[in-house]
Design a binder for this molecule. Structure first.
Ligand code: ADP
Ligand code: ASP
Ligand code: MG
Length: 453
């Protein structure tokens, strides 16, 4: 058995869905389970429609409705398929009307609302596969064991899901059914719909793959795999042949939008191989994500950056040698539910970073009782993911590059994960730095570890 996940761009319209059917058909003997995202930018459009209903009291789903109905028409789906889709569109409209009337939009309602994207796409795709003679069936993920906690917007699957998912999926595979499952969504124990966070379909796919102990999970995107940098920033970014789960997770966490940050966790537990492929270019080999790297590899796997970061410098106003300072600092962050990304410390000072979206005034006030606190926003984290055994070389080259560019490095941290070196520069300098690092690490002749091949 394998799991195949197709993202929004891979199912953006009739032509794309036909292409997906071709890719799936060629792999039917491997008994795939399909996980799909919402079509194109439907999730964004649903959120915009919610905002319009909430703020202005207007109900409009014409764009969403048109995309789905036109796709069905273009795919020449039978009238029966319409019966599956129409009630969902009506329910969506009713929900938006409700929001527009009571002018309330809770996190729970938002999750319920965005769930329509995936629920529509799996039904359309499954109907098309059936019309092509494939024994496909659409499923809302909770029907197949996706039960989560109630942390709307970023729900986590409960541990029972590990047993429920294979229990529900195995009989389908035995009957020769191709399950077409909604990515991104689940239900809590009370039956409320939840979401696993933006881009969460990757996680849905890796969860099925790990829980069912399948041979491989294929994540089909619109790029030739994980690339050495964000292709929108670095023009000649190129696919990486193989990365470890840890490296892929660090890349995702530090801004490479290509995978959901938590998507690697289930497969890390079971060692299930992940393959990132391009649905626009199925012949390309893609990127393999595996437990550990082969010996002969370049020092750096990929470079990424994340903007809109605030740097917090905290210097103790107490005497040197006082214990408990860091504990006090971090418990303040925990009390304010702020998640810290990078940390660098000395005995009396600590610098750390957070996403700029948070309001830090209350935290600053609290910490000011024990330290002098300076907040600096407009920063970016540049992350080099690679072999930290070669950290001296990587750091030397990275600092040299920044020196040549005249960009001061404002903080450095080497993660305990042994695959990540991150540093802070100004937001405005990040793209230039990433491009220059990319030239240095990838556009020059490299000697792999272990010598020349
Ligand atoms: P999908 O929604 O189809 O699953 P996403 O759009 O979430 O896929 O992710 C793919 C996109 O991520 C690519 O089109 C690319 O622009 C962007 N991206 C950013 N960084 C990287 C990277 N290092 N490697 C590959 N893609 C990247
Ligand atoms: N449709 C959801 C999103 O756009 C989930 C996903 O595509 O993975 O975030
Ligand atoms: Mg995505």
């Amino acid at each position: 058995m394998i799991v195949m996940k197709f993202g929004g761009t891979s199912v953006a319209g009739a032509e794309r869905i036909r292409q997906v059917a071709g890719i799936v058909k060629a792999r039917l003997e491997r008994r795939p389970v399909l996980v799909l995202s919402a079509m194109g930018d439907t999730t964004d459009h649903l959120l915009e429609a919610a905002d319009l209903a909430y703020r202005r009291g207007q109900v409009s789903i014409s764009g969403i409705e048109e995309l789905h109905l036109k796709t069905m028409k273009d795919l020449k789906l039978p009238a029966a398929a319409q019966k599956d889709i129409s009630p969902l569109l009506t329910e969506l409209k009713t929900l938006l009307t409700g929001i527009s009337l009571i002018r309330e939009l809770t996190a729970r309602t938002k999750d319920y609302l965005v769930s329509f994207g995936e629920r529509l796409s799996v039904r359309i795709a499954a109907a098309y596969f059936q019309s092509q003679g494939i024994k496909a069936q659409a499923f809302d993920a909770w029907k197949l064991g996706f039960i989560s906690n109630s942390a709307y917007g970023a729900a986590e699957l409960i541990k029972e899901s590990w047993n429920l998912i294979p229990e529900r999926i195995a009989p389908l595979a035995d009957q020769g059914i191709l399950p077409v499952v909604t990515g991104f969504i689940a239900q809590d124990v009370n039956g409320n719909i939840t979401t696993l966070g933006r881009g969460g379909s990757d996680l849905s796919a890796t969860m099925i793959a790990a829980a069912c102990r399948v041979e491989e999970v294929q994540i089909w995107k619109d790029v030739d795999g994980i690339l050495t940098a964000d292709p929108r920033i670095v023009k000649n970014a190129r696919p990486v042949e193989v990365v470890s789960y840890e490296e892929a997770a660090e890349l995702a966490y530090f801004g490479a939008q290509v995978l959901h940050p938590r998507a690697m966790l289930p497969c890390m537990k079971t060692g299930t191989p992940v393959l990132v492929k391009n649905s626009y270019n199925p012949e390309a080999p893609g990127t393999r994500i595996v437990l550990s790297m082969e010996k002969k590899s370049l020092p750096v796997r990929a470079i990424t950056s994340r903007k809109n970061v605030t740097l917090v410098d905290i210097v103790s106003t107490r005497m040197l040698g006082q214990y408990g300072f860091l504990a006090e600092v971090f418990s303040a962050f925990a009390r304010h539910q702020l998640s810290v990304d990078m940390v660098a410390t000395s005995e009396v000072s600590v610098s750390l970073t957070l996403d700029t979206v948070h309001d830090l005034s209350a935290l600053k006030k609290e910490l000011s009782q024990i330290a002098s606190v300076e907040l600096r926003d407009g920063k970016a984290i540049v992350t080099i993911v690679g072999n930290v055994k070669r950290s001296s070389e990587i750091l030397a080259r990275a600092f040299r590059t920044c020196e040549i560019l005249g960009v001061p490095v404002q903080m450095v941290s080497q993660g305990a994960s042994k695959v990540n070196i991150s540093f802070i520069v100004n937001d405005t300098e990040a793209e230039e730095v990433v491009n220059a690092l990319h030239i240095d690490f990838f556009d020059r002749l490299e000697v792999p570890e272990g010598g020349k091949k």
